[in-house]
Design a protein around this ligand. Structure first.
Ligand code: TYD
Length: 136
């Protein structure tokens, strides 16, 4: 699972003078079935979220409002991605360390996830994550 698999997905945008509409169907626009949705909001300026990896979870991260950065790290390469469009989703495959920072005031980060919350799926220790990655 390398960083090359993580990518921005352009979501459908139905433009309308009454307001735009975007939709996401699991396994259609995104490469997994959606089991869970969560969102970050009221994030104080200067905060960092994330700071972990997942063993098996697939996610799509969307800036529903405002903007923030996602830093992805596969143990070899790192990439900083700025998200600021509700019709762009960042697909993050399993075994990628991620952190989120640079939240604009009033921003909302929505995450679609391929499974229910399971603490056992997390790597919260970077050294442990790197050890597992190096084992292949
Ligand atoms: P965490 O995943 O560490 O947040 P983030 O990556 O956004 O910084 O989760 C923070 C806390 O919330 C942690 O105690 C677990 C809990 N939590 C749930 O109970 N359900 C969930 O779906 C998520 C994402 C977190």
């Amino acid at each position: 699972m390398s960083l090359d698999r993580c990518r921005i997905i352009d979501l459908p945008k139905i433009s309308d003078p009454r307001g735009n509409l975007t939709f996401i169907e699991g396994e259609h626009q995104i490469p997994f079935a959606i089991q869970r949705v969560y969102y970050l909001y009221d994030v104080p300026g200067g905060s960092e979220r994330g700071g972990h990896a997942h063993n098996g979870l697939h996610q799509l991260i969307i800036a529903m409002s405002g903007s923030f950065d996602v830093i992805l790290d596969d143990g070899e390469k790192k990439k900083r991605i700025h998200l600021n469009r509700p019709y762009n989703g960042l697909y993050v495959c399993p075994m990628i360390w991620r952190a989120l920072d640079n939240f604009s005031s009033g921003s909302v980060c929505m995450v679609l996830a391929s499974n229910y919350y399971d603490e056992a799926d997390y790597y919260r220790d970077y050294a442990e994550f790197m050890k597992v990655r190096s084992q292949g």
